[in-house]
Ligand binder design. Structure first.
Ligand code: IPE
Ligand code: IPE
Ligand code: MG
Length: 261
């Protein structure tokens, strides 16, 4: 059942006008399955259903961009059959959901390395991206074989190739080049949610979350539903984001200083 939480005005919570960027570390699939005496891949399958619920609810909450962590570059350390199971489920998800995603105007994009993925998956990812390329609704970014450190290193290497300047100038330009390369149109993350109780980033969007609000929940990802997303966004709306400045209430011009800030 869809939650009836009132739509919250997020305009004060983000410097963007087109909606929020929410990122999710979808963690806890394995524990969900183990607690039920099931193989871990059953947890990943249940995790797919949770993703479907969240993707359906996101546009109601003024989320313009949703970036989800599906498979980290360190997840290659898992048993081969689990990795294969995860990739197989990604392909099933795309087969079953692509039509609906197109209808709803979702634009799919996959971030992360492509050179180590099985060919069949690679083709499905590329096909899903081109089929949804004109979607004007939710921008859904799925991180597969993703490592934030690798992305930063790659962006830095390509910037170094282009910039051969004095160190101070280079530092400024490098920062701009990295911001462009790493955040692209998705921009910085406003809110990062991690399910499953762990309080860490596990190499996810390290650059983009510099000023993100962090929301950790104990609930395991397969149990996460629309009401949990509503609750996360409601809590986010109560946070005061300062970006290094003073609280808004204190931000009044001082007449004796001629209003200079
Ligand atoms: C997250 O769930 C999904 C992936 C990493 C692919 P886990 O599989 O890490 O679940 P836990 O943390 O072991 O419960
Ligand atoms: C992070 O979860 C990766 C994904 C959710 C895809 P992990 O379960 O791999 O992270 P750690 O190992 O607990 O840090
Ligand atoms: Mg985990």
């Amino acid at each position: 059942m869809q939650s009836k939480t009132a739509v919250i005005d997020f305009t004060m919570q983000s410097d963007k006008t087109e909606g929020l960027h929410v990122a999710i570390v979808m963690d806890g699939n394995g524990r969900w399955a183990t607690r039920r005496g099931l193989p871990r891949v059953a947890g990943h399958r249940a995790g797919v259903a949770a993703l479907r619920r969240v993707v359906e609810r996101a546009p109601d909450l003024e989320i313009a961009t949703l970036t989800v962590y599906a498979f980290s570059s360190d997840n290659w350390r898992r048993p081969r059959h689990e990795v294969q199971g995860i990739f197989w489920l990604m392909r099933v998800y795309l087969r079953l959901e692509l039509g609906k995603l197109c209808q709803r105007g979702v634009r799919l994009q996959f971030i992360g390395r492509r050179d180590r993925l099985p060919l069949a998956l690679l083709l499905d990812l590329a096909q899903a991206e081109s089929a949804t390329a004109h979607g004007a609704g939710l921008h859904l970014r799925v991180a597969v074989d993703y490592s934030s450190r690798d992305s930063i290193a790659e962006a830095a290497a390509s910037a170094v190739n282009r910039l051969s300047l004095d160190l101070p100038v280079c530092t400024q330009l490098m920062r701009r080049a990295l911001t462009e390369a790493l955040t692209s149109e998705a921009g910085d993350v406003d809110l990062l949610i991690r399910t499953g109780g762990e309080k860490r980033l596990s190499d996810f969007l390290l650059w983009e979350t510099a000023y993100a609000e962090l929301h950790f929940v104990d609930r395991l990802w397969p149990d996460f539903d629309a009401a949990d997303l509503d609750a996360a966004l409601a809590e986010f709306s109560r946070r005061e984001r300062r970006f290094g400045a003073v609280p808004r209430a204190m931000h009044t011009p001082i007449p004796s200083l001629g209003g200079a800030q």
